[in-house]
Write a protein that binds this ligand. Sequence first.
Ligand code: NAD
Length: 413
Amino acid sequence: MSIGIVGLGYVGLPLAVAFAEAGEDVIGVDVDPGKVQGLRSGVSHIEDIPSERVAAVQERMEFTTRAVDLHGAEAILICVPTPLNRNREPDLGPLLGAARTLAGVIARGQLVVLESTTFPGTTRDHLVPLLEESGLVAGEDFALAFSPERVDPGRTDYTLANTPKIVGGLTPSCTERALDVYGRVCGTLVPVSTPEVAEMAKLLENIFRSVNIALVNELAILADRMKIDIWEVVDAASSKPFGFMRFEPGPGMGGHCLPVDPFYLTWKAREYDMVTEFIELAGKVNKQMPYFCLEKIERALNEAGKPVKGSRVLISGVAYKGGVGDLRESPALKIIELLQERGGDVAYHDPHVPELPAHGLRNVELAGAECDLAVIVTAHPGVDHGLLVTQSPAVLDLRGVTRSLDADTVTQL
Ligand SMILES: NC(=O)c1ccc[n+]([C@@H]2O[C@H](COP(=O)([O-])OP(=O)(O)OC[C@H]3O[C@@H](n4cnc5c(N)ncnc54)[C@H](O)[C@@H]3O)[C@@H](O)[C@H]2O)c1
């Protein structure tokens, strides 16, 4: 018996490797033949999973584009993308596509678990009817559950093994089946009564972050006008040992989760005559941040008597967060686009991102990079921000990482 994983991205591949490392046989399925081919030859496309880890458990892992190979698996875990479409509404295309394929594959006695972040009701209302086209009945002939992924790419202190995992089955015995499978790779399991609870819990986690980031971002804009140091404010408030949780201002939100997932709930809420105002407002404030950062860049250049047009602006860090190369929804890209539209001569340094073809840019070495203004948009560990400060005539720090340097050429968010 083996564990099947459908979708071998940021979520699916770490899960596949974790099960293989726990001694399980794993069948990984992806529609992208390039990823499958790479993994077959032991090459990982996910930064958090070094190729050596894939190679070390290669004999227990099989990678394929053929979902039919999952027929004999004990469990099938679905980790496909759940993006928004052009109208910023949920695009269940990849998920429904995977479910349709699985309907022709699943076998009596199997467990199917959805891990992709989505609105409450997806498992019961969308997955069940498609999977039951197999002729099998969910909760009776096969077990079905929702268990949200909580992976935080780039993070090493909390991994799959020590991050509690929520599990909500269609029936109590579905939950039991899923707990048994996840118990092999996760130390703490959190069973809940329904898939809907598990689906909404994941959204609450992401919305909580989005709203709190928006709150501190809005206060950062106000503090800027009031000439108060927002970082010192955050430090001071964080000294409260209870009732406060630290969130830091920044250039906006990126990644596949925070700018996307909350709007799955907004969309669903409309069906219940609800406008989820916190979610919308947080999205609005966070989306405005690159524009505010542009204004800060314009002001910093203005101090040197320069317009954006023709000025050399060095962006330090273009991934959406430190320690990873993920560019999805990265606010740095928006800032670069806004600068290029205004005729700015933009270069970037990011050890995780060799090139940005759509922007006509390649990574430049930090040492000796000449510019009129350097902007720290994403603070990667290992990047020498001290060097950036000493070699640049002016620096705008959007992440608060140069505060200890006390240089008068630096302005902060
Ligand atoms: N990236 C994160 O940090 C994170 C964290 C928690 C939850 N999630 C959620 O997990 C889900 C997956 O996210 P991700 O970041 O791993 O996405 P990803 O784009 O990195 O990976 C998804 C993979 O699924 C494959 N795929 C698409 N359709 C398929 C199909 N029909 N059959 C088989 N494979 C298919 C794609 O080729 C891709 O390799 C999303 O719902 C996301 O919101 C992501």
